[in-house]
Design a binder for this molecule. Structure first.
Ligand SMILES: Nc1ncnc2c1ncn2[C@@H]1O[C@H](COP(=O)(O)OP(=O)(O)OP(=O)(O)O)[C@@H](O)[C@H]1O
Ligand SMILES: [Mg+2]
Length: 244
């Protein structure tokens, strides 16, 4: 596996807690990696370190072999690393269409081709792909829960980014929405998008992930194919909070 994004020894402490503790992670094109672990394992913090929302105490991140550490989030986004947030962070007073269009601002994505018409076409495509076209003029605030999750994904699709970091993108989706969501991610991966998602629902992980990276208390405890990792009784005990 040839990594597009490589994380080495990434570490971040908050007071006495090592939220992320010497983590290595390799993400490759076309591969869906699930970041799994109990609450507080450091999954979101790891994303924050990669995307420049937090500075590491140690370690580094490379993109195509080039170090990308200690840059502002918008600079890292411009390199083609898009992310979604656990709390979605949509523009609730904007229309669905404008939420997607703002994700294609040339100021945020200088490497994207084309002018305004191309941006609008890409936004329209993202709305169609996520099933949101009929709701394009609705206020984001008026969307149902699953529709908000898809809007968050549409914003990422519209950027054209080649690396997607998704923080619990499928949590709380009904089975039909989940199937649609999985198909979208599979489709993106088959086109070479590099995907890492944080996911608590192990059914989704089994359905979607090519590999699992298991975190606990900031450390990477295991990585491998989903069947092997999820069959490990020691990891299951940690995940479900039972004594090993
Ligand atoms: N800004 C912060 N200040 C202080 N402590 C923090 C901060 N962000 C995270 N932490 C702590 O770091 C640890 C890892 O948190 P993180 O949010 O990364 O976990 P997580 O794996 O995403 O959990 P969850 O599954 O609940 O979302 C936790 O102990 C958390 O309380
Ligand atoms: Mg989290």
């Amino acid at each position: 596996m040839s990594a597009l994004l490589a994380v080495r020894g990434l570490t971040r402490r908050f007071g006495g807690i090592a939220a992320v503790d010497g983590v290595d992670l390799d993400l490759a094109p076309g591969i869906i990696t699930a970041l799994v672990g109990p609450n507080g394992a450091g999954k979101t913090t790891l994303f924050n370190l990669i995307t420049g929302h937090l500075a590491p105490d140690a370690g580094h991140v490379t993109l195509s072999g080039q170090a990308i550490g200690r840059r502002a989030p918008h600079t890292i986004a411009r390199l083609g690393i898009a992310r979604s947030f656990q709390d979605l962070r949509l523009f609730t007073r904007m229309s669905v269409a404008d939420n997607v269009l703002t994700a294609t601002e040339p100021a945020s994505w200088f490497w994207q081709p084309g002018g305004k018409a191309a941006r609008q076409a890409r936004a329209a495509e993202a709305l169609a792909a996520t099933g949101l076209s009929p709701l394009a003029q609705a206020d984001a605030a008026d969307l149902a829960y699953a529709e908000r999750k898809f809007l968050s994904l549409a914003r990422i699709l519209a950027t054209g980014a080649r690396i997607w970091l998704l923080d619990e993108p499928a949590s709380g989706l009904d089975p039909a929405s989940r199937a649609r969501f999985s198909a979208l991610l599979r489709d993106a991966a088959s086109q070479g998008v590099t995907i890492c998602l944080i996911e608590h629902n192990l059914d989704i992980v089994i359905e979607l992930a090519d590999r699992i990276v298991f975190l606990d208390q900031g450390r990477k405890l295991a990585e491998g194919d989903p069947e092997t990792i999820l069959a490990d009784p020691h990891l299951a005990a940690i995940y479900f909070g039972e004594p090993a």
